[in-house]
Design a protein around this ligand. Structure first.
Ligand code: AOF
Ligand code: ZN
Length: 357
């Protein structure tokens, strides 16, 4: 199963909105086939593993990180392929919450006399697909808030300068995140201040869809994200409905979503529903303090990546990662769980999950 997990990871960034899945076929204690889900719409892990066998898989065991599917989607059911191959035993890690599968895969295998063992290395298998599990159950994107700050909690000096807070390795790690997440979201303030491209600069990587929250449509129509919208999709989320204001952006290839207003900003829950409908299953939120607060308060954030640089800026007016009004007392804090701390070059990365219950 650990080998199947390694294989699954090779699909990272290419399978969304479907899961990363790996499979290994074992006969008489030897691996006779391996496969993983390589890209969205392509063969499932199980069928790739069966296609690679070096000898007959009759009577063999298949280890799969996710419950095999039993429905016709872009691909025919894996359960049928497993039965046709004469596999004797199926060992799985995660259950599939997809309503089209959800236990029906196991049921069909058992009905046909296949031995089924579930929840092997379940935690490690589940850790492959938090995005898929969230998206398939809610229809909403999985949102991860990412920021880089100093040890005194500043995301810029008092002049607004922020290049650079973290070192090269941490910045390279962020590039990997941009490959992994389907969308990347920032606010108008970031576009006005830095005119970023918000692209992934790893060769051969997938480019995230860019989502800019701009309540009043303040960004200039010659901003980098607008000028390149024909090559890399750019979605502008705004409360502005005036067609004359929207037209220049649409002419340059941007998709403009006019949404209701909530507390003076774009209604982020409405935006998430629209993005979910467009198959955007995950978003890396690289916002400033205002957008980060709105996102947190509206309950759309699932995860936080906090890069902490070993330096101090000071300054009462220097920006911080989450601003807005904040909570009135420590008891009202947004708690984070499942903490993970790693050193990335000279910086620390603290990851946590937002407790949404
Ligand atoms: C995958 N890859 O390796 C496995 C999946 O439209 P389809 O036919 O590609 O089906 C997608 C569903 O199949 C997906 O939501 C999940 O429930 C199940 N398993 N999907 O893309 C795989 N094993
Ligand atoms: Zn399948």
């Amino acid at each position: 199963m650990r080998r199947a997990i390694e294989l699954a990871k090779k699909g990272e960034g290419f399978t969304s909105p479907n899961p990363m899945v790996g499979a290994v076929i074992v006969k008489d204690g030897r691996i006779i086939g391996e496969g993983y889900h390589e890209r969205y719409g392509g063969l499932h892990a199980e069928r790739n593993a069966l296609a690679s066998v070096t000898e007959s898989p009759k009577g063999a065991v298949i280890y799969v990180t996710l419950e095999p599917c039993c429905h016709y989607g872009k691909q025919p059911p894996c359960v049928d392929a497993i039965l046709e191959a004469g596999i004797a035993r199926v060992v799985t890690g995660s259950d599939d919450p997809n309503p089209l599968v959800a236990g029906k895969g196991f049921k069909k295998l058992i009905e046909h006399g296949v031995e089924v063992t579930t929840h092997v290395e379940k935690e490690a298998c589940d850790a492959l697909n938090p995005v898929f599990f969230h998206y398939i159950q809610t229809g909403l994107p999985y949102v991860a808030m990412k920021y880089a700050m100093t040890m005194d909690g500043k995301i810029a000096a008092y002049t607004g300068q922020s290049k650079w807070i973290t070192g090269e390795e941490a910045r390279a790690f962020v590039q990997k995140l941009r490959h992994r997440y389907t969308g990347i979201m920032a606010g108008a303030g970031t576009v006005l201040a830095d005119d970023p491209r918000l692209t992934c600069r790893i060769p051969g990587a997938r480019q995230p869809v860019r989502i800019i929250c701009d309540t009043r449509l303040r960004i200039p129509s010659d901003a980098n994200v607008v000028e390149t919208a024909k090559e890399i999709p750019t979605i502008l989320a705004t409360c502005q409905a005036d067609p004359d204001r929207i037209r220049p952006f649409e002419e340059k290839g941007c998709q403009v979503l006019t949404l209701p207003e909530e507390d003076g900003h774009v209604d982020l829950r409405a935006l998430m529903r629209e993005l979910g409908k467009r198959q955007i299953d995950s978003i890396l939120l690289e916002g400033g303090g205002t957008l980060n607060w709105s996102a947190l308060k509206s309950g759309i954030v699932q995860k936080v990546y906090c890069f902490t640089a070993p330096k101090l800026f000071g300054g009462a007016d220097a920006g911080t990662p989450v601003e807005g009004r904040g909570v009135a007392s420590p008891g009202e804090a947004f708690p984070l769980t499942h903490l993970k701390v790693t050193q990335v070059g000279e910086d620390l990365l603290i990851e946590g999950e937002v407790d949404t219950d």
